[in-house]
Design a protein around this ligand. Structure first.
Ligand code: LHQ
Length: 261
């Protein structure tokens, strides 16, 4: 599918989706949301794509729901249908993708745009970025997974402060709070992000997918439940050809080559 509102590419096993409505700081219209979901499906299916980088063109990462395209009297808008139809499948697909995902945060991330960054596994940000749970500023509440991901990432109290105040969190604070994994000078953003993406792309794809599911499970289950789940995943990982080959490579003092089998 050719995209109008995003750029999509796969190079060296790394897929990139770049939101491309820079004049609105990459605000999300129905068309953008449709294209984004479609591109995620393509990443999910592609054996060439082992890692996803999600970013924005221009000076913004994503400013959330396009407020122009979602206007009208409150009673006329079916927000439930909008969330069910567009945002929820998108956030589920992104969070459940069995490949590492990196938000390359090039600029401001607000509202559902921040939710998109939160639904990625890792966040690498350029100096100068800002984050806002902007929902409350227009009388709304966090959606698109923000109230799920944010307290897990930065703790309940900070998450609640962000959500209730709509405050702008600056780059240093974001790093200090663990909202981003790394903060780098803007001119190093691509090099740092793709350096990490390529390192992950050379890892064992099946194990990486399992690690993601395992960690998400552990974050919301008891120790006993998690130990059982870890056992299942480890049985699965130990049965892969990649595991056998990597042990062989270890004793041969060679770097392992993972095939995703
Ligand atoms: C925009 C937007 C935007 C359109 C900047 N839309 N044009 C809600 C409702 C229903 C269902 C589903 O889910 C949701 C979830 C949500 O996401 S609600 C939250 C929606 N987002 C916001 O409320 C954020 C609105 N934007 C802002 O607060 C600011 O633009 C931020 C803080 C992101 C950036 O501020 P600045 O760097 O000062 O840039 P700016 O405000 O000057 O924006 C640049 C342009 O982008 C400007 O257009 P213009 O023609 O004046 O140059 C803005 O109108 C446009 N823009 N966000 N969401």
């Amino acid at each position: 599918m050719a995209y109008q509102w995003l750029e999509f590419s796969i190079d060296d096993q790394v897929a990139t989706i770049a939101l491309n409505r820079p004049e609105t700081l990459n605000a999300l219209t129905d068309d953008v949301l449709r294209e984004l979901t479609d591109a995620l499906k393509a990443v999910e299916k592609s054996r060439d794509a082992r890692v996803l980088v999600l970013t924005g063109r221009g000076r913004g990462f994503c400013s959330g729901q396009d407020l122009k395209s979602f206007s009208g009297e409150p009673g006329e808008r079916d927000i439930a249908a909008h969330l069910d139809h567009y945002y929820h499948p998108l956030i589920r697909k992104l969070a459940n993708l069995e490949k590492p995902t990196i938000a390359m945060v090039n600029g401001v991330a607000a509202g559902a745009g921040m939710s998109l960054a939160l639904a990625c596994d890792l966040r690498i940000a350029a100096e100068g970025v800002r984050f806002s749970q902007a929902f409350v500023r227009i009388g709304l509440v966090p959606d698109s997974g923000s109230s799920y991901f944010l307290p897990r990432l930065i703790g309940y109290s900070r998450a609640l402060e962000m959500a209730m105040s709509g405050m702008m969190v600056d780059d240093r604070t974001a790093l200090q709070w663990g909202l981003v994994n790394r903060l780098v000078p803007a001119d190093r953003l691509e090099a740092e992000t793709y350096g990490l993406a390529k390192a992950l792309a050379s890892g064992p794809p099946l194990a990486l997918g399992m690690i993601k599911r395992e960690m998400a499970f552990g974050a919301s289950h008891s120790l006993d439940e998690t130990l059982e789940r870890e056992k299942d995943f480890q049985v699965g990982a130990a049965a892969t050809e990649d595991h056998r080959e990597a042990v062989k490579a270890f004793f041969a003092k060679q770097p392992p080559v993972f095939k995703g089998r």
